[in-house]
Design a protein around this ligand. Structure first.
Ligand code: NDP
Ligand code: 8X3
Length: 253
């Protein structure tokens, strides 16, 4: 059986790898993102019969409405919504962070995600489809400079679990995928284009790849219809947990 997967943020990293994985297995993909040249390249690579590309900023509700309304007939029956578009911005402590970056993360990772989910829920219910959300370990484990990014991902995890409750009895499946370090454009975006910072972060530690996560997503999506993976936490072997931090000689008041 072949299905239709709408992937937000298919222009790089996990989303692009997922598009390749689904199309490679004979399914069709609606690929979204802001970078038109990347969308064009994906269509050229995977074929216009298999990929319908939509240039879309997840922060623009009217654009989401327009994109859904303009879906060609054969891409209308969305079976799987892969809510992947998202980003971290900034590597500063909260007290030094840029409020605009916080807003950008909230607008993209939370508002964009809930908006497209809300608009596609009637279709997903009618299709007994699936919602697969990209959360993160950053939504569970606090770390320095994770501040609002981690907060947005905690939202995604809890929203996923709450969707499960509301969708009980509809046959719609919901999964929260929670990766640790995956080497994509994530850190260059987070640092405002610092490729060296990205290379340093992933150096000598065998990070997860976008293909690792795409494979997990594909596996989740192709389980028998009675099986729901609620949450999947996945990390590189060489990333684990740090202890608590203790500040000495800093009186509480
Ligand atoms: P990338 O930066 O490689 O990809 C992010 C994707 O999101 C791009 O396709 C980008 O497209 C899209 N995107 C970002 N902002 C917008 C927007 N406003 N409107 C539309 N699309 C947008 O990073 P990853 O592949 O690593 O990230 C994918 C998801 O996985 C994110 O939600 C991220 O938080 C999550 N994640 C990543 C981890 C990692 O370590 N890499 C770990 C855990 C979770 P474009 O710029 O063309 O708009
Ligand atoms: C990103 C995961 O470990 O780079 O969501 O913060 S990590």
């Amino acid at each position: 059986m072949s299905f239709t997967v709408l992937i937000t943020g298919a222009t790089s990293g996990i989303g692009a790898a997922a598009a390749r994985r689904f199309v490679g297995a004979g399914h069709q993909v609606i690929a979204t993102g802001r970078r038109q040249e990347r969308l064009d390249a994906l269509v050229a690579e995977l074929g216009a019969d298999k990929v319908h590309a939509i240039r879309l900023d997840m922060r623009d509700e009217a654009a989401i409405d327009g994109a859904i309304a303009a879906l060609p007939e054969r891409f209308r029956d969305v079976d799987i919504l892969l809510n992947n578009a998202g980003l971290a911005r900034g590597m500063e402590p909260a007290q030094e962070a840029d409020l605009n970056k916080w807003r950008e993360m909230i607008d993209t990772n939370i508002l964009g995600l809930v908006t497209i989910t809300h608009k596609l829920l009637p279709t997903l219910v009618s299709r007994k489809g699936a919602i697969i959300n990209l959360s993160s370990i950053a939504g569970t484990y606090p770390y320095k400079f994770g501040n609002v990014y981690g907060g947005t991902k905690a939202f995604v995890t809890q929203f996923s679990l709450n969707l499960r409750c509301d969708l009980h009895g509809t046959g719609v499946r919901v999964t929260s995928i929670e990766p640790g370090m995956v080497e994509t454009e994530f850190t260059t975006v987070r640092t405002g284009g610092d490729q060296q910072a990205s290379d340093d972060l992933y150096r000598d530690m065998d990070p997860l790849t976008a293909e690792d996560i795409a494979e997990t997503i594909f596996w989740v999506a192709t389980q028998p219809p009675h099986v729901n993976l609620n949450r999947i936490e996945i990390m590189p072997v060489n990333q684990s947990f740090a202890g608590f931090a203790i500040a000495r000689n800093t009186p509480a008041a």
